[in-house]
Design a protein around this ligand. Structure first.
Ligand code: GTP
Ligand code: MG
Length: 399
């Protein structure tokens, strides 16, 4: 799973990325600081069963902090996008191609309105952030439409003449964009287009299809960044205007999250990502103390968190509908072969089955699947058992 961080230049994409992944990357107050994409790992939180079972766990692919499991998910930070990017403006085409593998997007918007269309600094409040929300959706839609149109006529003819299922053929073509057949089918059905006669689709049909396909295959959350520069009432007004247009925004201060993570890493404060507060651990100079107090007053006490962790989790759990599953080899001791307690936590799409989990652990386990066992109830589960979030599962397979 990969989350793509998108937006026009200079809005705080790399700051958000760096805060979320704790990877140092170039951040500066001018457009096009990022040229080559940055890829890193961030974490979503989920209750660890170690508390429920009163055991101490030995996480392998994840981390456990005070009974909360932090499960990895990939993030990609790309170059800024300007209007006309799909035609190659700015770093357009390159930026867009970097996003092929993303499963969902977080669109970072400068909620304070202090960057213009091209990402240049302007007077606070002089740029309407809603413009950015609309143009970015359009750009991504045109990018999709451009890919679709490339050999549309050839594919349409081949399907109509050879009676090949259009959705299947398109899925093959769009596999590199991580778009699956059922998503193509859903977009066609939602728009009531005719999959038997794609050659008769108009330009407008293809454009609406591209829009719907993007909405379904790569859902988007809006991060209203630089919330530390706005008063709460200004943010409320912006969120209400966004809602009117059908969007949901999460106020964020990527800069605050980055500062908190750095202070925590240096041992100056105790801070768990996503928390509503932090604790100062050591003597701080005046400048540092003031900066941290500013974050507490302007961000944490107003919004309940910096919003960065919330964005990641809303994408994983609300937009991508992921669930968390804990595979074990010994369902009585909750261990793997090496005796590690609750070693792994996997993020899987809702609807995944016990057999899907077996395949995720190892192809051999999937192919040789005999049964699964629920470690809580000790019930035997069949291959088609639909996994629930938080399940602890042992897979039994032919060796
Ligand atoms: N006040 C405030 N400034 C922020 C916040 N997030 C980022 N910034 C500042 O915004 C400027 C741009 O940040 P970047 O992270 O480099 O932005 P970007 O979107 O990656 O920019 P490009 O790579 O040029 O597209 C920097 O000066 C950051 O310090 C925030 O939450 N609040
Ligand atoms: Mg950047």
């Amino acid at each position: 799973m990969q989350i793509g961080i998108v937006g026009k230049p200079n809005v705080g994409k790399s700051t958000f990325f760096s805060a979320a992944t704790e990877v140092d990357v170039g951040i500066a107050s001018y457009p096009f600081t990022t040229i080559d994409a940055n890829i890193g790992v961030t974490y979503v939180r989920y209750p660890c069963p170690c508390k429920e079972f009163n055991v101490s766990c030995n996480p392998n692919n994840s981390k456990c902090v005070g009974g909360i499991r932090f499960i990895p998910i990939e993030v990609i930070d790309v170059a800024g996008l300007v209007p006309g990017a799909h035609e190659g403006r700015g770093l357009g085409n390159k930026f867009l191609d970097d996003l092929r593998q993303a499963d969902a997007f977080i669109h970072i918007v400068d909620a304070s309105g202090s960057t213009d269309d091209e990402g240049r600094a302007c007077e606070k409040g002089s740029h309407d952030p809603l413009r950015d929300v609309e143009f970015l959706e359009e750009e991504i839609c045109y990018w999709f439409a451009g890919i679709l149109k490339k050999d549309w006529n050839r594919i349409a003819r081949q399907c109509e003449v050879g009676k090949i299922k259009f959705e299947r053929m398109l899925a093959d073509k769009l596999a590199g964009l991580k778009i699956r057949e059922f998503e193509i089918h859903r977009a066609i059905t939602n728009l009531q287009l005719d999959p038997e006669k794609p050659s008769r689709w108009s330009e407008e049909d293809i454009l609406s299809f591209a829009f719907e396909l993007r909405r379904i295959s790569k859902p988007m959350l809006i991060a209203l960044n630089k919330c530390d520069l706005l008063d709460k009432c200004e943010m409320d007004e912006l969120m209400a205007r966004l809602k009117e247009k059908g969007y949901i925004g999460v106020p964020t201060s990527a800069e605050a999250e980055l500062a908190l993570r750095r202070a925590s890493k240096s041992g100056l404060i105790d801070y768990v990502p996503g928390s509503p507060d932090f604790k100062i651990l050591s003597d701080l100079d005046d400048r540092r103390r003031k900066a941290l107090e500013f974050i507490r007053e302007r961000v944490l006490s107003v919004y309940g968190s910096t919003g960065v962790q919330e964005c990641i989790e809303r994408v994983a759990f609300d937009l991508l509908n992921l669930i968390v599953v804990y595979p074990v080899e010994d369902e009585n001791h909750l261990t793997d072969k090496q005796g590690r307690v609750l070693p792994d936590a996997y993020l899987m799409p809702k609807g995944s089955t016990a057999r899907d989990l077996a395949y995720k652990i190892h192809t051999d386990l999937g192919e040789g699947f005999i049964k699964a066992i629920d470690a809580r109830t000790h019930r035997v589960l069949g291959a088609d058992y639909e996994l629930k979030s938080g399940d602890i599962i042992k897979v039994v397979a032919r060796s």
